[in-house]
Ligand binder design. Structure first.
Ligand SMILES: [Zn+2]
Length: 146
């Protein structure tokens, strides 16, 4: 093998060939030729630097870890969506209580507690039910959408 032929193979050679640990024609040439061996050593050194820099910038997670993390995030998102309806219902109940307490009042005229809540028409969202709970406090009525 000539040096020209060896130099053409150097850039595509496997590291173990460049390290002269195989019995390939290129490895044999590198054992005998100091000039090509120096070139091979430079390529190995550059590959080592590149490998270390990639390792330093790459995430420490393996592909399996990344998939598992993505799966857990997906489950968490699904759980968050499951929590949303009860939270929305609780928020609606609070809004109902707040609106109930914001009855119009006339200054100087004391409010009389209502004996029972006025007739209300409450429409539950499609596919949902609503429960209206009166309390001992006539100012507080709980609307629970479920
Ligand atoms: Zn050579």
């Amino acid at each position: 093998m000539t040096c020209t032929e060896a130099l053409e193979l150097l850039l595509e050679a496997e590291p173990h060939e460049l390290a002269r640990t195989t019995d390939s024609e290129l490895s044999r040439h590198l054992r005998d030729c100091a000039t090509c061996r120096t070139s091979a050593a430079r390529i190995l050194e550059a590959e080592g630097v590149l490998r270390r820099r990639l390792a330093a910038t790459a995430p420490v997670r393996s592909a399996d870890d990344a998939v598992e993390l993505a799966r857990r995030r997906h489950v968490r998102r699904r759980r968050a969506w499951r929590l949303l309806p009860p939270l929305a219902a609780a928020a609606a109940a609070l809004v109902g209580i707040a609106l109930w307490r914001l009855r119009p009042s006339v200054p100087g005229v004391p409010l009389q507690p209502a004996a029972r809540p006025p007739d209300l028409v409450i429409t539950a969202p499609a596919g949902r039910n609503v429960l209206v709970m009166t309390t001992d406090n006539p100012d507080v009525v709980v609307f629970w959408f479920f």
